[in-house]
Structures are given as C-alpha cells and as structure tokens.
Design a protein around this ligand. Structure first.
Ligand SMILES: Nc1ncnc2c1ncn2[C@@H]1O[C@H](COP(=O)(O)OP(=O)(O)OP(=O)(O)O)[C@@H](O)[C@H]1O
Ligand SMILES: [Mg+2]
Length: 841
C-alpha cells in the first residue's frame, strides 16, 4: 500500500496544481517573506536565497518575487539548513492538505502542532512491551492524534497536560500505548508522493532535507557525492542533501574518529569505487572502532545524499560472543536508551522474531558469530543494508564455516573491524578484502598468479633484481587498489588522552621440578627422533607439553586429559619418571612471581588485576592461588555463557565491587573487551601469533582508564617461551609454519630450526637479550645505538619489534633494588633473571 506523507513533511510552497486539490497556500510574497523571517536566517538576502532554492515551486504558484542573482551554492545550503532547523516553522501557516487517496484520513496539523515518530501497541503493564507498528503522533494545541504510517487515525487524547513527549517516554493515546521516539525535524519538499502528481506539470518534486544545524562547529559534515556518483546513483535526480552527524555525537569524537567516520561513509556509499561498498577499519586496539561504527550506523539510518533518503534501514552487527554485550553498552553510552532500539539475538530472542518487528523501531540486530552460524537459515531470509563484522580478522580463512555462512547473507555494504589485521599472509589478506568487496581482486587463483606469487618470490633471499622490481611493482599495484578501503591508525593518535603505560617483560627462572620435567621432555623428543625418525612424533604436541611445563607442573603431572597420542604417551612417561610433591606456588617460577606481584599490587586494597592465560588448566591453578590467598576473583573463559560475560565484565569494572582479580582466557576474552576497571594486567603465557598477545595486553590501556597502567608479560628464561617471543619480535613470516609444525601445508621447518626450538638453555639469563647482540651487559642502560643488530627493514605494524625492544630499558640479575621496587618485583629478585621495561606517555 502506498504511504501518504505526513503533513509536517510537506513543503510550504505548494505547486499551483495542488491548490486545485483543495490545498490552501500562502499566496503573496509578503506572506512568504514573513514566513521566512520566522526561520533562523539572519538577513533578507539569505531569506530570499532560501526561497530561490525552491524556485520552481514559487514559479508554479506565480508569485512575483525579486531574488538576488547568482547566490553562491554554499550560502544556499546554509540557509536551507538554517531554515529547516527551526522546529516552530509551522506548516499549518501554509494550510492543511488532504491526501487525494480515498478512505484514508491524512493526519492534519493545526496551528502550533508538532509531529513525533512513535511506536505503538496495546496497553500493557508488562516491563517488556510488544510494539505493533510505527506511526506518528501529531500534537496540536488542543489534542494529540496517533496515526499509523498509512495515515489511519488510531486514537486521540485531549489530556495534553499528562503527555510527556520526551524521547523514549511512554504515554497513552486512545486505547493504545505509545512510545515517543523523536520529534520529526524533517522539512519535506514533497507535497504528495510522485505517484499522485504525475499529472502535474513542472520540475520534479524534492525530497526531505535533514534538519541538522550544519552551522554548528560541532556537526560533522560528510563530503558530497561527485558528478559521476550522482549520474550513477541518482538517476531520479533527487535533490542533493547533506549527510551530517549531529553535534550530540560529533562533539565527543577525537580527530582520528572524525576522519574514520568520513572514510567509512565514503566507502559504504560507493564514493570510492562505484560497484564496491565495503571497508576495513583496522585501527589499533582501543581507538574507538565501536564508536566510529555507531556514528556511521546512526547517520545512515537517518539520512543519505539523495533526497535525504536514509541509506540503510536494517543493520546487522556480528561480534564474538563476549562482545555482544559490549556493543549494547556502547550503543547505550553514546545514543542513550531511547534513540535506537537494539535487537540482540540470544537463547530466547531468535532472528525470526526480529523479522517480525517494524524496521523503524528495531533497525539493528546484534548477533554472535556462533549464533549466526546456528541461525543462518532464518537470517538468510532477511535483508540488511549494512553488515558490520567486529574482530573481523577471524575471517582471514575463506574456507571456514563462519566465512561461508557470512557470505550467504545478502548485504552489499560490509564493514570489517579489526585491531590486528593480517600482516604477512597474502592469502589471508585476499580473504578479508574479498569479503568486504567481493570480486575486487578477481578470483583467488587470479590473485595468486597476478600478485601473491610474484610478491612472495621477490622476497626470497638472493633473488634476481628483476624479480625484486616486479614484486615491488605488484605490491604497489595491489596497494593502490586496496588502500582505498583500508584505514589503520596506530595507538599514538590516542596516547595523549590516556594515562601512562608501564610495560615490563619479566624473564623468570624455573622451579627445580619444572627443570626436571623440561629436560625429561626434551630428551624424550631427542631419543624418539634419533631412534625412529622425525615423522614418528608430533613435534607440535611436544612443544605444547613444554609450554605447559613452563606454566605449571600440575598441567602435566596428575593430569590425564591429553588430546593426542604423543601427549598421552609423553604424559605417562613423565608421570612414571618424576614424582611431584605438591606445593602449588613453589612449583613454578612464573607463579612465584604472580603470587608476589598480586601481594604487592593489592596490598592497599584498591587495585585490580587481569590475569591472562591461553590455558584453562592454568586458570584453574590461578583459582587455587586466589582461594589460598583469599582474593575475590571472577573468571571468564570459553565455557562462560554469553549472557554471563557482560555481567562479569560489568561487575569487574565497577569500582565499588570487591572483585579484585579477573582470570581471563586469552582465547575467549582476549579481543575487544574493555577492562578499564583494572590498572594491572599479567600475561602469563604467549601465543605464536603476536596479534593474539597484543590483543590481550590491550584490554586495560584504553579510553576511560584513569590510573597509570602496568602490563607484565612473563617468560621463562632459556625455554620455548623465549623462542616464541623471539619469533614474534623478529620476522613473523614463519609464525604460521610454527603454529603447527606438523602441518604439511605450511612451510616446513628445517631440522636445525626444529632442533633450535627444543634447545633448552637451563642457565640462560635471557636468550632474547643475547639475540639483540646488545653490548650493555644488562646494566639497565637505554641503548641509543642499535646498529649492532640488523633491524627488520620491512615496514612493521606489530607494536613491538626487535629494533624497538632495543630502546627499552634492560636490567639483569643482580638487579638495582630501586628498579625492582618501582616494578613491584622486589620480593622476587632471586626468581627473576632479566627485565625489559618501557614507559609510554
Ligand atoms: N571519543 C571518545 N571519548 C571517550 N571515550 C571513548 C571515545 N572513543 C572511544 N571511547 C571509549 O574507548 C573504549 C575503547 O573503544 P573500543 O572498544 O571501540 O575500541 P576498539 O577500537 O574497538 O578496540 P579493540 O580493537 O580492542 O576492540 C570504549 O570504552 C569506548 O567507549
Ligand atoms: Mg572493538
């Protein structure tokens, strides 16, 4: 059914033809000018300009009016906006208009009337109300009338005194319950929809302009579409309308966020390339990708560049399950509770329910990746104009179920958010780009032939200069296509808004029991390889066992939950060979340090600490420690149900709660969370992928953090943990091969490389420091000359690289006590062997 326009969206200057249909209009120039003067325009010139911008309608009305010639476009626009912001411009001064359609009463305005967007439903006392539809509330001097979108009157009330018309308030009109969404502030130039005016002569009618005060320095104005865009996307020749982010949001934005929103807007509107509407916002962690996205969503739901018609009606946000609540909180933080209603899919609320709700009331659906896969059949039936994928680096593999599921959802505008985009693997880079802009790089085989092979070949050692030059040329061609859609800013842009960050890398000694287990595991591996050959054992499983030994012997001894044969056999072997006398803290060097740190950090009572590990079994050890020491803790890991995750974060961040420790699984909660309640974070173990560690460590140094922040990263000297760390800070291209060295598809490690991983340097202070070839002798000097080390000359985006580590303070045992005291490590001077320390801000 065609929808008739509501009256306050009608433009005052109604064409002559419409007069015939019984429309009353102001006819004299003085009446028009008087009307314009009620607008916000300050001079008569500007007022005239406002009239001129609607010149065709004036001509049709045959109103002689002297207008200044050649008024610059800029002035015209500013006047248009100025005239339209004034809510008390009253349409009724022009006259009522009746819809030509029979049997539908067009809601009419009377003098002083205002119109509100509302949703309505049956009256109920229930807390969670069910709304049946969208509509308008026209409030005049004497009564308020509720209409549905088709103009049917649903009820009236004359009890105006009891009407609270603030956004979000719930009122009763007739027998309906009504929620006020917002005041209609559009100033529509369409008198009647086009279909009803085809018989009218004259130029095409115009569509709504938005009532945003662009003269406010706080408003953020989007660029206008160029001629090419207009001819491609504005075939109906709608009026060009400015797309603006209102001051109430824009005033909070940092400069980089403003740039980010404009970038996103240009991408999703097809300004960058006519047939591609995707974008990757890859700002480093904590730069407010969520806020930038919320601004984009809000703006696109409200407006668009042609005729003011909003670019989107429905938006899909997909996020890891631990972040669904975070998205809700951020929407509420920036938009309040009432401006926009969210539909978050959970165990009770299914996507099919979303489909039944009016789009205008519930324009945004938030869903976790897991739920999306589960409900894909329901979601496929829906249409979204914009899709946001948070922590989108998980889409780097285009054969995963999640990736394939997402591509089934019809949506041309796709935005991917990630703090850690792929750095080295071109196939993964292809997957991300192809997801947001399908087909832009051709098929994968084309891409591989054209770009990947040539670029990879040019990076091989000692290759021919011609190959190097071709590789460079291809890399720059690729960059030219993709840079339009990718925006990445580093943390530096936000540093000035944050307190200081102290980072320490603490190299710990092993407890004797760990040493025995480690040595036994390494010799088991050596014997096995020597006797039966390299392919008879899973190296990856042995490495996992070594990592567990570094964490705590309990992860090996008395633990029989092993996942594969190698682990099982090795575990049995170790349990047979070594007896474990239980002493929780003393059995692990790193745990001794944690225990001491917690004691130091929490002695005055107000501090909070996040304790992160990749192993849930290690979190179990932390639980024992906390119980032993009577710390109140919360735990978030893969087994925590989604609904509880938000609660846990909220409880922990609440400064009044006495939960002082959060035990966090890096896999389940490493990305996206804001844990600003804590000012200390301890990363207990590391991942092969540096991005995972960076993600985990970025949880507390973010906007909203009031205290100085301490981040401790623990490594066990001379062990596999150092090797992992070294891979991270030097060239990381091999990280994939190492993630699973058994994987035949990955670059295979040479025997020497493999042997190096298993090489245990029991007495080493710090192999990483040796790697730097630094001549400080561990005296704690800050070295300015890093020429001794051959720096990685590739442009690095990883926050920490070897050449940067050179600039950190180095300290080795025996330590300067002042240094240890400042780092809260004085009590463990004999357990730690080496330290790196850095301060930002
Ligand atoms: N302009 C701002 N003023 C105040 N706080 C802000 C601003 N922008 C963002 N924030 C806050 O900063 C915190 C971090 O933002 P957000 O979670 O969006 O970061 P992110 O870029 O998504 O990081 P990650 O990659 O870790 O997910 C949030 O609590 C957010 O509300
Ligand atoms: Mg985020």
């Amino acid at each position: 059914m065609r929808r008739s326009r509501a009256p306050s969206q009608q433009f005052p200057f109604v064409p002559k033809e419409d007069i015939k249909k019984g429309v009353k209009v102001i006819r004299t120039p003085s009446e028009i000018l008087a009307l314009i003067k009620t607008c916000d325009s300050t001079t008569i010139n500007n007022a005239s300009a406002a009239v001129q911008s609607s010149s065709h309608t004036i001509k049709n009305c045959n109103i002689p009016l002297q207008l200044p010639q050649n008024i610059p476009k800029k002035i015209l626009k500013s006047v248009e906006y100025k005239t339209t912001i004034k809510p008390n411009i009253n349409v009724s001064e022009i006259g009522d208009q009746q819809d030509v359609k029979e049997n539908v009463t067009q809601p009419s305005n009377t003098l002083g009337s205002k119109k509100y967007n509302v949703t309505w439903g049956k009256q109920t006392k229930k807390k969670h109300k069910t709304w049946e539809g969208d509509g308008y509330l026209i409030v005049s001097d004497k009564f308020a009338a509720l209409h549905d979108l088709d103009g049917h009157k649903l009820g009236t009330t004359s009890d105006l005194k009891s009407l609270n018309l603030e956004d979000g308030s719930i009122i009763v009109v007739g027998n309906k319950q009504v929620q006020v969404l917002d005041l209609v502030t559009e100033f529509d130039t369409v008198a009647i929809e086009k279909s009803t005016v085809t018989s009218c002569a004259g130029p095409p009618r115009k569509r709504p302009k938005m009532l945003v005060d662009v003269s406010s320095p706080e408003a953020l104005i989007m660029p206008e579409p160029d001629i090419d865009h207009q001819s491609f996307f504005n075939k109906k020749e709608e009026e060009i309308t400015s797309v603006v982010l209102e001051p109430f949001l824009a005033k909070h934005l940092r400069p980089h966020q403003k740039t980010g929103i404009i970038f996103l807007y240009e991408c999703v509107s097809g300004f960058k390339a006519q047939e591609y509407f995707g974008a990757i916002l890859a700002d480093e962690m904590g730069l407010g990708k969520t806020l930038q996205t919320i601004c984009l969503v809000w703006m696109l739901l409200k407006r668009g560049p042609y005729g003011g018609i909003p670019l989107t009606k429905r938006v899909l946000i997909v996020a890891p399950s631990s972040l669904v609540g975070n998205w809700e909180n951020e929407f509420t933080r920036w938009l309040g509770r009432d401006k926009l209603r969210l539909f978050s899919v959970d165990q009770k609320k299914k996507p099919s329910e979303f489909a039944r709700l009016p789009a205008r009331s519930y324009p945004v659906m938030i869903i976790s990746y897991e739920m999306l896969v589960r409900y894909v059949e329901e979601i496929e039936k829906l249409y979204f104009d914009l899709m946001i994928c948070d922590e989108g680096h998980r889409l780097k593999n285009n054969s995963t179920n999640t990736y394939l599921t997402l591509t089934k959802i019809e949506c041309k505008r796709r935005v991917l958010l990630t703090g850690t985009p792929i750095q080295n693997e071109l196939a993964e880079f292809y997957a991300l780009i192809d997801f947001v802009n399908p087909g832009i790089l051709g098929t994968y085989s084309m891409f591989k032939r054209e770009f990947e092979d040539k670029i990879v070949e040019s990076q091989q050692p000692e290759c021919h200069p011609q190959i190097i030059s071709l590789g460079k040329q291809k890399a720059s061609e690729l960059n030219e296509v993709t840079e339009k859609f990718i925006l990445r800013r580093t943390q530096d842009v936000n540093n000035k808004y944050l307190p200081s960050k102290y980072e320490s890398i603490v190299f710990c000694a092993m407890a004797p029991i760990q040493c025995s287990l480690y040595e036994e595991t390494v010799s088991y591996w050596e014997n096995r390889v020597q006797e039966f050959g390299l392919s008879t054992i899973s190296h990856f499983s042995v490495i996992t066992m070594l990592k567990k030994v570094c964490n705590h012997p309990e992860l090996i001894l008395n633990n029989h939950n092993n996942s594969d044969t190698t682990e099982k056999t090795l575990n049995q072997h170790l349990n047979r060979t070594i007896t474990f006398k239980h002493s929780l803290i003393e059995s692990s060097g790193k745990l001794i340090v944690v225990d001491n740190l917690l004691e130091e950090l929490h002695k005055n009572g107000s501090e909070k600490t996040v304790l992160v590990s990749y192993y849930t079994q290690t979190l179990d050890i932390f639980v024992k420690l906390c119980d032993m020491k009577h710390y109140k803790y919360l735990r978030l890991d893969g087994s925590t149900v989604t609904a509880q995750r938000t609660d846990i974060v909220k409880k922990f961040n609440d400064s009044n709660s006495n939960y002082s420790i959060l035990l966090l699984s890096a896999k389940a909660g490493g990305v996206g969370l804001n844990l600003i309640g804590a000012s200390n974070l301890i990363l207990y173990d590391s991942d092969w992928n540096p991005a995972s560690d960076q993600q985990a460590m970025a949880r507390i140094w973010r906007d909203g953090q009031k205290k100085n922040v301490h981040i401790y990263r623990l490594l066990t000297s001379g062990t596999i943990e150092e090797k992992i760390f070294q891979r991270q800070i030097s060239k990381t291209g091999l990280s994939e091969a190492i993630t699973n060295p058994d994987n035949q598809n990955n670059t295979k490690l040479s025997f020497d490389q493999l042997k190096d991983l298993f090489n245990f340097k029991k007495y080493a202070l710090c192999l990483t420091h040796d790697l730097l070839e630094c001549n400080c002798g561990g005296k704690g000097e800050v070295l300015s000359d890093n020429s001794v080390f051959e720096c990685d000359d590739k442009k690095s985006e990883a926050p920490l690289r070897v050449n940067e580590l050179m600039k950190w303070e180095h300290h080795s045992s025996p330590f300067n006590t002042d240094v240890l005291e400042a780092m809260n490590l004085l009590g463990v001077s004999t357990t730690i062997r080496f330290l790196f320390r850095n301060k930002t801000n």
